[in-house]
Design a protein. Structure first.
Length: 169
């Protein structure tokens, strides 16, 4: 009887562990989807905000917060959080061509790979702390999973930086 009880407890433990693992995978997929939506909204709002300007000069988190660019709002006047719990920062690039950056701090190498490969942008960089940016899509287009996997190596300090071009509206 005690062996049967141990076996039952072992089976229950395996079911619980399997459920926790599946839950984490579902959470991660939900975080990626939320981040995609969040970045898409931010990009669209910035492009609308700067539609009548020749470039994105003066774009900062403070300006973006004041203009309600971030879909979930801002705390402390400029602090914005992405679905992975890291920060979001926006800024103009010197250009040419006129472009701006949306960078997400992500807490793991796996999240870095997922985000870098799931959001289309003109250029996608990954860097850690201290900054050492690596361009993941030098030919433009989509970031390959291999390039992301090779460069998303900063652990809890991964920053994925997306560059978006000025659009004509």
């Amino acid at each position: 009887m005690p062996i049967m009880m141990i076996f039952v407890l072992l089976v229950i433990a395996l079911i619980v562990i399997s459920g926790l693992s599946s839950g984490r995978q579902l959470q991660s997929a939900g975080d990626v989807s939320s981040a995609q939506q969040q970045v898409g909204t931010i990009v669209s709002n910035i492009q609308s905000l700067y539609a009548n300007n020749v470039d994105y000069s003066n774009l900062t988190n403070t300006v973006a917060c004041s203009a309600q660019v971030f879909p979930q709002g801002c705390s402390g006047g400029q602090s914005v959080t992405n679905p992975f719990g890291g920060g979001i920062t926006v800024w103009p690039d010197a250009g040419p061509p006129p472009d701006f950056n949306v960078a997400l701090a992500v807490p793991s190498n796996a999240a870095c790979v997922q985000i870098a490969t799931s959001i289309p942008a003109w250029q996608v960089y990954v860097w850690g702390s201290p900054p050492s940016p690596v361009l993941l899509n030098p030919a433009g287009g989509a970031v390959s999973p291999a390039a992301a996997q090779q460069n998303c190596t900063f652990g809890s300090n991964n920053i994925v930086d997306f560059k978006f071009l000025k659009t004509s509206q």
